[in-house]
Design a protein around this ligand. Structure first.
Ligand SMILES: *Cc1c(COP(=O)(O)O)cnc(C)c1O
Length: 483
């Protein structure tokens, strides 16, 4: 308790030069609030201290803590992360990073007024859904299109509009759960549609659908099993079979594609996924997919298909609750324009990442390795040496390796893409501590591990990330050497 009297008053703190600088930068009330919080914390801490502490030490500690807290609060909690995992669509890391064109469009639209709901031709009220519809029609060949908040919302809107109170036929092999929160049976229940399961987990035939059709049937539903595969003794009904059954019985076919690609990625080794255009051509009536999976845009749910069904969805009151805002629409428009008139391969980050050749990745890995080697030379790190003799050295080894990358985002579950990266074996710091330290930085670096080694895959690095990684690792080692 002997130290409590030494705690300065808030006024004394506020007149300090360093605190005055904070006040000039941030809101005064915010700095005062921060100072109060810190003083209260220090008071609590000092209560337990029995030996005497110098007044100046207490003062400096308070000022330092206020500065630190003010700056960390002002960095916000949503921050940039460097993705060294090699998982391209990492749901925990925000899925698709946006194309430059999308970002520019968001900036322009976001900072100004815009024609979100104004028909500039007529000077009258227009529809926000108008902007993207034409683009989506052009790109996919569909009669109509609609955009909502995410794909879960798209499925929900479609089912409620077309099948509430009626039956929807789904294969038991497709009653999927995606990302722990989206379960086809649950969404179906919420939408008011009744789920009619047919077939078995591993085998469903078109005759199973045919037999289940009755006067209560509203839809034939097919969910893309994007995050798992049933392999072995299996039978799945093809899109063609389902569409021809739908035509014969006069029932619409609803395809929840999930990932939804509009440019074939066959040459990137990602075969076997039908493009949205192919589904439209095959005659699917309603197709839904995510904006931030294989499309490489913002979070959105995209619905394309026959006009009569999409028009019905547009008049559903639920659409008001699922509607997208101007920022999403501008990011999506920017992304789609890149597909229409630009260079998706070069300019949409995730498309580029998914189509790197093994040689390109090896070159990227070699480049990261060389940058690290050059930067760490002074750090006595034993580059390229697998064995370490002097225990003082911070790293045991760094080397270029090949590894396996993943598409992620619940797409291509079994598809491992050959990748490349840098493997780092730390010496004094434990791998856990090193990985945590790198996650605590801003930007943070998220890496992979194998045994006791850190792996940084280069596939998911964006331009400029390499230099930052090098600095982060160098700092980590320097801090470690000081301690
Ligand atoms: C990812 C996915 C969803 C959910 O999409 P969100 O855009 O994340 O809401 C629904 N269905 C399928 C088949 C999916 O792959």
């Amino acid at each position: 308790m002997i130290n409590l009297k030494k705690i300065p008053s808030i006024d004394e703190i506020l007149i300090q030069e360093e605190i005055q600088q904070l006040i000039a930068r941030y809101k005064r009330d915010f700095v005062v609030g921060t100072a109060r919080t810190i003083v209260a914390e220090i008071r609590e801490e000092l209560r337990a201290v029995t030996e005497e502490i110098d007044k100046n030490v207490i003062f400096t500690a308070i000022v330092d803590k206020i500065k630190l807290m003010a700056e960390s609060v002002n960095a916000g909690t949503l921050q940039r992360v460097i993705n060294g995992t090699g998982v391209v669509l990492h749901t925990n890391l925000g899925r698709a990073p946006l194309a430059e064109r999308a970002i520019k469009h968001v900036q322009e639209i976001g900072r100004s007024y815009n024609n979100l709901e104004m028909d500039l031709d007529k000077g009258e009220r227009g529809s926000r859904y108008y902007h993207i519809e034409d683009l989506l029609k052009k790109l996919t060949g569909a009669e109509a299109a609609l955009v909502v908040n995410n794909n879960a919302a798209a499925v929900m809107l479609g089912l409620t509009t077309l099948a509430a109170g009626k039956e929807v036929i789904v294969s038991r092999g497709q009653l999927v759960e995606i990302g722990g929160a989206f379960r086809i049976p649950e969404v179906m229940k919420l939408s008011g549609a009744r789920l009619m399961e047919v077939g078995t987990t591993n085998k469903t035939y078109v005759s199973d659908y045919a037999q289940a059709i009755n006067e209560e049937t509203a839809l034939l539903f097919s969910a893309h099993t994007s995050n798992y595969q049933i392999i072995g003794f299996t039978a799945e009904v093809s899109m063609k079979e389902l569409v021809s059954l739908g035509k014969e019985k006069g029932l619409p076919v609803f395809m929840d594609l999930g990932s939804g690609i509009i440019t074939s990625l066959d040459d990137g080794g990602l075969k076997g996924e039908p493009t949205v255009q192919e589904c439209v051509q095959a005659g699917a009536d309603i197709i839904t997919f995510s904006g931030d999976k294989m499309l490489g845009g913002p979070q959105a749910g995209i619905i394309v298909g026959k006009k009569e069904y999409i028009e019905k969805m547009k008049t559903n009151q639920l659409l008001r609750a699922l509607r997208v805002d101007k920022l999403i629409l501008s990011a999506l428009e920017g992304t789609l324009l890149e597909y229409l008139s630009g260079h998706p391969r070069g300019n949409i980050p995730i498309i580029q990442m998914l189509t790197y050749s093994p040689e390109q990745l090896e070159e990227k890995a070699e480049n990261l390795f060389c940058l690290l080697k050059a930067r760490l030379k002074d750090n006595q790190a034993h580059i390229n040496s697998p064995v370490l003799s002097k225990h003082k050295e911070a790293l045991s080894s760094i080397k270029v390796i090949t590894l396996e990358d993943m598409v992620g985002g619940g797409a291509y579950p079994n598809h491992k893409m050959p990748g490349a990266g840098v493997e780092i074996e730390f010496n004094r710091i434990s791998l856990e501590n090193a990985a945590r330290e790198l996650r605590f930085k801003n930007p943070a670096l998220v890496t992979r591990r194998q045994d006791n080694k850190m792996l940084i895959s280069v596939r998911t690095l964006l331009p400029g990330d390499e230099q930052e990684i090098v600095e982060m690792i160098a700092k980590l080692i320097e801090e470690d050497s000081v301690n």
